[in-house]
Design a protein around this ligand. Sequence first.
Ligand code: SGN
Ligand code: CA
Length: 538
Amino acid sequence: MIRLVVLVTSFVILHSSFAAERPNILFIFSDDHALKGIGAYGGEGNVAKTPHLDQLAKDGMLFRHCLVTNSICGPSRATVLTGKYNHINGFPDNSSVFDNTQQTYPKLLQKAGYQTAVIGKWHLETDPTGFDHWMVLPGQGSYWNPDFITAEGKKQIEGYCTDVITDEALKWLKDGRDQTKPFMLCYWHKAPHREWSPGLSELKLYDDITIPEPPTLFDDYEGRASPAREHEMGIDKHMTLHSDLKMPIPGDDLPGSGAKRSGWYNRMTPAQMSAWDAHYNPIYAAFQKANLSGRELVSWKYQRYMKDYLATVSGVDRNIGRVLEWLKENGLEKNTIVVYSSDQGFYLGEHGWFDKRWMYEESLHTPLIVRWPGVVKPGSENKDLVSTLDFAQTFLEIAGAPQPDDMQGRSMVPLLKGEKVPDWRTAHYYHYYEYPAPHHVAPHYGVRTETGYKLVHYYDRNEWELFDLNKDPHELKSLYGNADYASVQESLLLQMKELQVKYKDTNPTAPPPKTSKKAFGGKGNPNKAKGKGKKKAE
Ligand code: SGN
Ligand code: CA
């Protein structure tokens, strides 16, 4: 009997000391966050106020080239969870459903003894699996007084979405988890997704700043293949005054009357509405007086867009500050790896656009900042081509869990340790499918190399683009077919074909395997909700 007690006790001690050694993972993910929307990334015209993310970069490693495999929400999340391209994981576009019976890294972490949770935006239609605790927004979710789907059903929580997600994340960290195990928390924000709705405390944050316009705000789309001209994401033609820019719908009465702006406005409490009115109504009054048109109107819309977008980002930053402070106060700072990223980048006026989807740089790149005390050198930078495809295996290696052979990425742990990895990828493969869909971006695949070349194939019309990013960083002039680039073109084509074989995208022009709602039946998700429809331009 005594021997048994000793044995059990030593197992418990051994087990808990192993648990204590393995780091916690706080995975912060936002939605549509461009690199230029984080102060630490710098760059021309960057005025983002993100002190906590900037500090995270000072304490950790900032990746300059973290690239997505498909620049859109659901597909990108499916890749993050599975470590696989979308033609393998069955989620090529936002009308897919996630087959939640498949292998994901949270399931493998759970098996390895981690406590796992996801709180916030999910957008994969089926219920989360592989999580000890989950609480997710239905579809796109709402900024104001959001609904959540939980294992117990739907509930609405009063407040601003970014604050509410943080409150719930802190609740789980404090009281919800099994504290004898290491944790992996997916703390996933809706912000700063369209309609870029700032929290009340950030409404005025950018009032006194004129945001520099990007050099391509008035792009004419010459010099490229036809899809760029066919876009439906122009600040000029497709950004709406009332819904996107929060101006009261023309014809409705102004202040104090509860003038409608858009659907979400009616979700607000009277107090939220009046703070909103107090901010936007004078802006609207001045706008009406100015009677702008043409380029002046585009410049005005750009300013409004950026002020709201950046204020929404600053709300995420403020809340990240709350969580980091909590980790510190509770002695968890040293043993918790903090990862900040987004499902993709975004256009902040480049090419005259908002939204994402393209393989052009701003939406191909996504932010990645990692703080790992004692391992990552503070203030370091990495320029390798890493990808959201690599996240799953990175988390598994961190947890000391095996990496399945069928995952298609590679663990970034050696890079985080500051090691040079001679056989790291030198070219990244991309494949976007959703079409015609909102914003009208033709399907394409392509390759982007470490040396700064990019080849894109719009395969539904067999048009190509080739860019030399060293000479043409804004991607304004395709060099496809240019005799001076013949050998570059040939090499890019070869690399692209090799990657298609490597990643098993061998019939890339055919419709990809897709887990459809019909086939899968939205299994396990009785509460699934749809995203919002397309809006009319003004
Ligand atoms: C909605 C948005 C689009 C956005 C898609 C996908 N329209 O349809 O602007 O591109 O989501 O976004 S909105 O009227 O709802 O704002 S994603 O992040 O979910 O992929
Ligand atoms: Ca997104």
